[in-house]
Design a protein around this ligand. Structure first.
Ligand code: NAD
Length: 362
């Protein structure tokens, strides 16, 4: 099959890590008989330097014309880079927000996986980390408290701030559907997280999720209150497969889940819209402190490319092959500096890309 992939290399370590993901995709293409056509898209600091703005209309049009977009990371050193002397709407991050809006990306997927070989990095007790975990947080990205009406008024001589949390049935239904679809590609369990004992929006959430679940009879559904979920992620993360939740709860829980893996250079992510198009990127930033040194860990970006194969292109076997190659390389004892431990072989960014690409098999 043939796919058009937009590549936003971005800033800092972005170009180094995306090159490794492209290398791995090319190997997948070779081994499985596909063709990926890449188109570079400027965004963030790179776009400010070239075009004066962090995202141009042309870049948006190019992204829309692609089957999917692979991204490194954008932004520079927020204290020293001249990009941060610009007004907020002209800074690198405005490019990413603009792209998310323009493409209507409403579903954010963040897996948190504890690899056997990296259990030592997990900050949880050994009896918990020994069981390992592999969960996917499916977070609604465009509704809820962050996008509701807000204002600050003065009443009876004191200031009062108001934020509103709204969700429509349509918004809940489309993200719930994504959550169940993702579970069908995994271990077929959805934990829907809300605060239905207090919030109306959560009661509607629960009702609509129950309705959507009827279309996915193979998927086990449980409901969990958000405070309990926050506890369970550190008490027994192995119980989770897909955690489906609204915007703010997902923001907090996905950071918690990623921290318990202990290795930021390993965490992939995806943001999807109503079509198959998605933006796939590592969860970490552009690490300007190590840019150009060939020491960045490219695995999060390579795993993001695997998510692209799975969720945008429906190439399940190929995505499994990338995941397996990453596991193999760790098992074979290769580590970038951020995940290095005694007795292992330290490799750079490029070599890590080569080692993973070599391990892609049918
Ligand atoms: P960061 O994630 O870039 O770096 C935090 C620490 O982790 C640094 O010490 C860095 O060297 C290390 N690190 C990150 N990724 C690594 C990798 N793949 N391999 C090895 N080490 C890695 O976070 P920050 O320093 O707070 O932000 C730097 C810039 O990135 C800022 O401009 C920020 O706005 C931007 N940022 C962009 C995105 C995005 O593009 N989606 C996300 C987060 C931050």
């Amino acid at each position: 099959m043939e796919f058009k992939v937009g590549v936003i290399a971005g800033d800092g370590i972005g170009p180094e890590i995306t090159s490794q993901a492209v290398k791995v995709l090319d190997k997948v293409a070779d081994v499985y008989g596909h063709k990926f056509d890449y188109t570079d898209i400027l965004m963030g600091g790179a776009s400010i330097d070239a075009c004066g703005v962090p995202l141009t209309d042309e870049a948006i049009a190019t992204a829309r014309s692609c089957d999917s977009v692979l991204m490194g990371s954008i932004g520079g050193n927020t204290s020293t880079s001249p990009w941060y002397k610009l007004e907020p709407s002209k800074r690198p991050e405005a490019g990413l927000l603009g792209l998310r809006k323009a493409l209507g990306l409403f579903a954010n997927l963040r897996p948190a996986v504890l690899y056997d070989e990296l259990k030592g990095a997990c900050p949880l007790k050994e009896e918990i980390s020994d069981k390992g975990f592999d969960m996917l947080i499916m977070r609604e990205l465009t509704g809820g408290l962050y996008f509701g009406e807000r204002k600050t008024v003065t009443e009876n001589g004191e200031q009062k701030a108001i934020d509103t949390l709204t969700y429509t049935e349509t918004e809940i239904r489309r993200i719930a559907k994504r959550g169940f679809e993702a579970a069908m590609k995994r271990r077929k369990k959805v934990t829907s997280v809300d605060k239905a004992n207090v919030l109306d929006s959560s009661r509607l959430w629960r009702k609509v999720v129950n309705e959507v679940s009827k279309d996915f009879p193979e998927v086990e559904l449980e409901h969990m209150l958000v405070d309990n979920c926050a506890m369970q992620i550190v008490r027994d993360p192995a119980q989770f497969d897909v955690i489906l939740t609204e915007n703010m709860f997902g923001d907090i829980l996905s950071d918690e889940a990623s921290m318990v893996t202990g290795s930021i250079g390993m965490l992939s992510s995806a943001s999807l819209n109503e079509t198959k198009l998605g933006v796939y990127e590592p969860s970490h930033g552009s690490a300007p402190d190590i840019a150009g040194m060939d020491i960045a860990n490219p695995i999060a970006t390579i795993l993001s490319a695997a998510m692209m194969l799975r969720y945008s292109f429906d190439l399940e076997k190929e995505a499994d092959a990338v995941d397996a190659a990453v596991k193999k390389v760790l098992k074979d004892g290769y580590r970038t500096i951020d995940i290095m431990s005694e007795g292992k072989s330290q490799v750079g960014c490029r070599q890590m890309g080569d080692l993973i690409a070599e391990r892609i098999t049918r």
